[in-house]
Structures are given as C-alpha cells and as structure tokens.
Design a protein around this ligand. Sequence first.
Ligand code: 5AD
Ligand code: SF4
Length: 463
Amino acid sequence: MKTRNLYIVTYGCQMNVYDSTCLGTLMKKRGWKLAEKPEGADFIFLNTCSIREKAARRVIGHLNRLKALKQKNPALILGVGGCVAEQEGQKLLKQVPWLNLVVGPGRLGEIPQLLENLTSDMPPIVLSGQAPLMTEPAASEPQDHRALASFKDFEPGPSPISSFLTIMTGCDNYCAYCVVPYLRGRETSRPKEEILAEARSLVNRGSLELTLLGQNVNSYGRPGHRGGQDFVELLTEVANIPHLERLRFTTSHPKDFPPALVDLFGQLPNLCEHLHLPLQAGSDRILAAMGRRYDSAHYLWLVSALRAACPNLALSTDIIVGFPGETEQEFNQTVKMLESIGFDFIFSFKYSDRPMTKANLLPDKIEEKEKQRRLAHLQAVQKAITLEKHQALIGQSLEVLVDGFGRNQGQLSGRSRDLKLVHFDGPESLMGQLVMVKILEAWPVSLIGELNSNQKKALQNLN
Ligand code: 5AD
Ligand code: SF4
C-alpha cells in the first residue's frame, strides 16, 4: 500500500506541541510519513488554540486557505484538533463544511485508529470530552495519546536536544477570564513511573534538556488526582536522571508554590535558573475579580523567597491588560509591579472575551482602543527593563544549548540556562552541544556573543 503523508500544524501552547508530537509518533507507528508541507499530504491536521479570540480566528482563516487544496485533491482528509475543536464541535462543520474530523484535546489518541478506515466522502466525525487514561484491559487499545505514544519509541520534539514532557493536563482553577478548564477538563496527573520512564527514554535518545509541562504543574499529584504523587518529589527524581543537563517546568500558579519547591532552585544543579510565574495583574481588586486567589503582596513575597533561594533566577510572567472594569489607576499598579519586580521578559495580552467564562458576563468592558493603548505602554516599559537586563550581561559568559541557526550565514543560536536567546558564530558541528559564549551585544529580544576563547582553541585543535 502507498505510504500516506500527514501534515500537522500546531497553534498555541507547548502542551499542544507535545500533543502533536505524540500524534505524529502514533501515526508513524501505523506507517504514515510526516510531510514538510501541506501540498500533497493525505491528511492535514490543525492542532488549535482558543485561549484568545484572535487565536481561534486564525484557525478559521487557515481552514479557508486549505479549501483550495481540498478542491484539488478531494481525497484529502482535513482535521481540526485541540481547543477550538472542543469549543466549537459540530458548529465548526457549519462554518467549514469541507472538514472531515473535529477532535478535542482529550480524544487525540483515537485519531490513528479512525484514520485506518476514514475516507473524505464519509460524514464528518466529531469527538469531544475526555477519554479515559486507559480503557479496560479487555479493550483493544488504551485511548490516551500520551500513554499510547509509548516512551520506548517516543519522538522527542520540537528538537531532540530539548524535549517537552506533559506531566498533568486540565485545570481546576477557573480563573474568571480563562476558557481552559472548560476545554481541557479536570486536572489529571500522569503516573510518576510513566513520566520517569519517558524522561529516561528522552535523555537516552539525546535530550539534554527537559521541560515538564502542565496547565498548572504545581498541582501535580494533588490528592484526588489519578496517578501522580508530589511535584517536588517528581522534580527531584527527574533531576536525578543521569546525563540530564537541564530541567525546566511550566506553568506554575503563584498560589500553589510551597517552600519546598522554592528551595529546589538552590538545590538541584540541573534545575535551570528561570521560572515562568503568571502574575496577570498588579491590582488586588482585579486579581480578586480574576479569581486568582493571591494578592500582590503574596506575589512579591514569593519573588523575594525565590530570589533568596536562587539569586540569579530569571523570571517571566503573563499579564492581561483591560480586564473588565480595570481603571487607569489599577492598570498603573500592573506597570508598577513590572518596574519593581524587573521581569526578564513578559507575555502580555489584551483581555479577550471567551465563551463560558465568568468574565464574559461582567459589565464595564474596556474599549479595544484603550486596551491597545495600555498594552503598548506596558510593552514599552518592559522593553526597557529587558534591554537593561540584557546589557548587564555584556562581558559575561553564558552556557548555551545550541539548537538552531541565527539569521546570518554561519551563525548559530541557542538558549542560556536562564532562557536568553543567544546568537554567535560557530561551526554546525556544535549543534546539540552545550557551549560557553561570551556576550558582546544586547538587543531587546536576543544577545549576540562569541565562543569563549578556550572553546575556539579546542575547535581549532580538532580541525
Ligand atoms: N484574554 C486574554 N488573555 C488570556 N489569557 C488566558 N485567557 C485570556 C483571555 N481571555 C492569558 C493569560 C494566561 C496566558 C496563557 O494567556 O495571561 O496566563
Ligand atoms: Fe486558565 Fe487560570 Fe487554569 Fe491558567 S490557572 S489554565 S489561567 S484557569
């Protein structure tokens, strides 16, 4: 039988990247080949994000563009997965009648089996809700794609040097603005042994860096979760895997950060000096309205405890501007928090109304133009802070994990332990290696450096 080609496009968070990798692994096991472009593919799958309206709109735009391919090749199977699929379900078929498959994030594991017999002339299939982690032993196959893409032949990605590993899914926090709990379901932890086996397998296959993923990794193993145990214990055991050079985790909720976890930053040598800790807003009234269950004082206390445990810890955060009812003064409290904490970088967003959420029903929505103004101001403030932090690194040597090419010919790029993007000139043979780079220039989003002189000498000796 002719080899069938699959083309996957991933939108959104790192969890989606991981899910797409799992799906690719499962499909390859069944003989599919991963295509590099959509033209000529037999199955095109968009793994989607619905966190903000703009992200969801992009998916529809993409599906409209794919219509031409479908017209050229009527046998093409077109599928949508992830959060837009879960949110829209059947409705998506009305908007995009040329779709064949709509699959929520909890049901991705069923796609390979479905594709065995699905043809484009059949009625479209919609799957949503959460699949059980494992079906009964008598059933033909377990359904969860994470458990299914067994770690033995797990394909690490986005690059094998640095891999993602999902340890828990779902969210029980119901922040007022957020659609995730409605689309990704209740918190579920993967069994510790399964995670450790997958982590060992990834390291054995050459991953030097692992990032443990979850909507709220700090809830890992919370009583009542299936499977998991304590997050601090899990992190410690993963960190102890021989030859694992770097360990990261994301995302953490500031209300769930026990002192034992803070202390790990000073204790585990391969736990990298970077933490993503979403603040969302600087005003206590807005934080309460968002349902975040911490206040600015708690956040500041946590930051100082983390910095006491690990003085060179880099911090990043998420901020939403223009939450319903946010006054100018409340917005300024967010700006003040950025100035007093000094984040290394931030992700900032205009509040976006999402279906099902509590904030969707709140009065006093902020006008789009005003949200845009606040966002631009916040980003300008942060740009100066980031640049200042980058400039302070000039002259220092950073350990860089080389995983890509820079924009210029002969330039390599990679991340430092504290997640700074560093470009430098060097031979391709350094790809996948840890090198020391001396920083020479600072830019708002990246640093430019040169290989340390002893590293250069070692390379000359090799040539
Ligand atoms: N509008 C704007 N930003 C949002 N986020 C989540 N929901 C919304 C929304 N409705 C942001 C939060 C979260 C990040 C992943 O996306 O800052 O931490
Ligand atoms: Fe959304 Fe809040 Fe859960 Fe994060 S913690 S996924 S923002 S509900």
